[in-house]
Design a protein around this ligand. Structure first.
Ligand SMILES: [Zn+2]
Length: 409
């Protein structure tokens, strides 16, 4: 914290940001916007080589880090990032500045599937040594903060702690120490990253924070877990060339200067306790659904229904006798989106899908009817359809698992 504070308050134009901390959020927003634009123009003159050389690179992970704590896994991707966001800054969005923003690719939210979000498994590396117990406890507290408001379940898998690195496939992500030389306190990943990139890494500097200051390991982990859930930094106020806006995001709530997703490295405003604000809580609940006992404030954001969330869920395995029926479920579907039901299993189960009316052996829109278990119904949802009903019928004794991919309207 001390070096961040020092950096934020003594380097050139950044001194204005220290002053800006005394401003009302709206004024501070404007001031940071002005500084950001200056910084962006300065940075846009950098050649790729100059940008690369000024970007923190951590040998241990083999990754570059932009926007304070966002990993980029090779030079090819860094060049693409520079081309898109540094040399050619994307236009600043008009209108209200979103505060809690979610990562998107091609217009689709990149978030955990229904199945994954209820079993977000992680391990904590024993390489933390004497700090291991403390990291476990802080992770527990930080995950609880998100679980309290959104329909999410993190699971700590202690039995994987001995082999807790990015090659461990028994967990969705690993938490391990890294020597970043103070380039960042901690760094994380987004839900669409492949397993080798799904690590929460913690630099030694996170363990030597000034106990009299607001920034804590728990706060840092709350912020990093925000990324793990798909949360982006608040975008339009990068400062001093340290943070660069891109267009791979969607705003969920309106601006709030004190979000947990403001990070000291990227934004000198706000409360560095990095607690979840009302906007953060509602934002994540609107994305994943509300936790039991948490009510979404409709004035802040609209719940997940009504967004273009791509969802995948696996049902089964079901064991069926001959002529037995298993109703797999009903799925709200957006017109024009692709719906897919894929079955695997043994014996001869038959897959049935019907739009908007009850699916039966006599009434269906798709029924591959093969002599085995490998069947699929994949189609574009017509303009007037809103719900897909799926069932499996045992033509003979069989087992079946069905993977459904759908996009709610
Ligand atoms: Zn961050």
């Amino acid at each position: 914290m001390r070096h961040l504070l020092a950096a934020a308050c003594t380097v050139g134009a950044l001194s204005s940001i220290c002053a800006a901390q005394e401003l009302e959020p709206g004024d501070a927003n404007e001031e940071l916007g002005r500084l950001a634009e200056t910084a962006r123009q300065d940075a846009s003159n950098l050649s790729f080589e100059a940008f690369r050389d000024s970007t923190p690179f951590v040998e241990e992970t083999g990754k570059y880090y932009v926007n304070g704590d966002t990993p980029i896994r090779n030079e090819k991707l860094l060049r693409e990032f520079w081309m898109r966001n540094v040399a050619n800054a994307p236009p600043v969005p008009a209108g209200e500045v979103p505060e809690f923003a979610i990562i998107t690719v091609g217009g689709l939210d990149q978030i955990w599937t229904v199945r994954q979000r209820h079993a977000l498994t992680y391990c904590v590396s024993t390489d933390f040594g004497s700090r291991h117990g403390a990291v476990v406890a802080e992770m527990e507290a930080a995950t609880s903060a998100w679980e309290a408001v959104a329909d999410l379940q993190f699971h700590y898998i202690q039995s994987e702690d001995q082999a807790c690195d990015a090659s461990n496939e028994e967990v969705l992500f690993d938490v391990r120490p890294v020597n970043a030389g103070g380039a960042f306190l901690a760094a994380a990943f987004f839900p669409n990253d492949p397993r080798p990139d799904r690590s929460v890494v913690i630099d030694g500097s996170s363990f030597t924070l000034d106990p009299n200051q607001a920034l804590t390991m728990r706060g840092i982990l709350r912020h990093e877990l925000g990324h793990v859930l798909g949360g982006r930094h608040e975008h339009t106020r990068p400062e001093a060339g340290a943070c660069f806006e891109d267009q791979d995001w969607r705003g969920v709530t309106d601006y709030d200067a004190f979000s947990v997703m403001h990070y000291p490295q990227c934004n000198g405003l706000g409360d560095w306790t990095l607690r979840l604000t009302s906007s953060d809580k509602n934002g994540i609940a609107c994305i994943y659904g509300a936790a039991a006992g948490f009510a979404i404030d409709p004035a802040i954001c609209a719940p997940a229904a009504g967004t273009n969330v791509a969802t995948q869920e696996v049902f089964g395995p079901f064991t069926l006798d001959a002529d037995q029926i298993e109703m797999v479920g009903s799925f709200p579907v957006a017109p024009g989106s692709t719906f897919s039901a894929t079955m695997t299993g043994t014996g001869d189960p038959d897959l049935y899908v019907r739009l908007d009316r009850a699916v039966t052996q006599a009434g269906y829109d798709c029924r591959p009817y093969t002599p085995g278990a490998a069947e699929a119904c994949v189609f574009d949802v017509p303009p007037d359809a809103s719900e897909a009903h799926v069932m499996v019928h045992g033509y003979g004794a069989s087992t079946a698992s069905v993977t459904i991919d759908w996009i709610a309207p």
